[in-house]
Ligand binder design. Structure first.
Ligand code: HEC
Length: 112
């Protein structure tokens, strides 16, 4: 009896723990191609990113982005975690906003 109870209790707890630790984010084509998401990403990029990336950036602040080289996962990870001179935006933008930034950067509308 004790064994059964233990299995029932640890089962879901284990799944929850595993799920949050892996934190697998889905960047589906439907999300990436949604113009509303791309629009959200564009607004944030203009406000917070272009000062370091691209033509309007102060020289030497950040690299000009080259979306052809990136996978959605790579862009999302850089935005979320940061890397060297690139700040992490995890506490500033929620998951959906960070996904929208990814969608914008990888969209045909992107320019920097
Ligand atoms: C304070 C300046 C700064 C700001 C603001 C900034 N970045 Fe960056 N970003 C950098 C630097 C510097 C790197 C290069 C890091 C490295 O590889 O050493 C970088 C790298 C990146 C990369 C990876 C580029 C590559 O080719 O490896 C992406 C994607 C990116 N930034 C997106 C963004 C987005 C989206 C925002 C706005 C939310 C943003 N950045 C805001 C400085 C900045």
């Amino acid at each position: 009896m004790t064994v059964v109870v233990t299995v029932v209790l640890t089962g879901p707890a284990f799944v929850l723990w595993g799920g949050s630790a892996a934190a697998e984010v889905k960047l589906t084509e439907a999300f990436m191609n949604d113009s509303a998401n791309i629009e959200v990403g564009r607004d944030i990029f203009k406000k917070r990113c272009s000062r370091c990336h691209g033509q309007r950036a102060y020289p030497g602040k950040g690299p000009k982005l080259n979306p052809k080289k990136y996978s959605p996962k790579f862009v999302y990870k850089r935005i979320t975690k940061g890397f060297r001179g690139m700040p992490s935006w995890k506490r500033i933008y929620d998951e959906k906003q960070r996904k929208s930034l990814t969608a914008y950067i990888l969209s045909k509308d992107f320019s920097n």
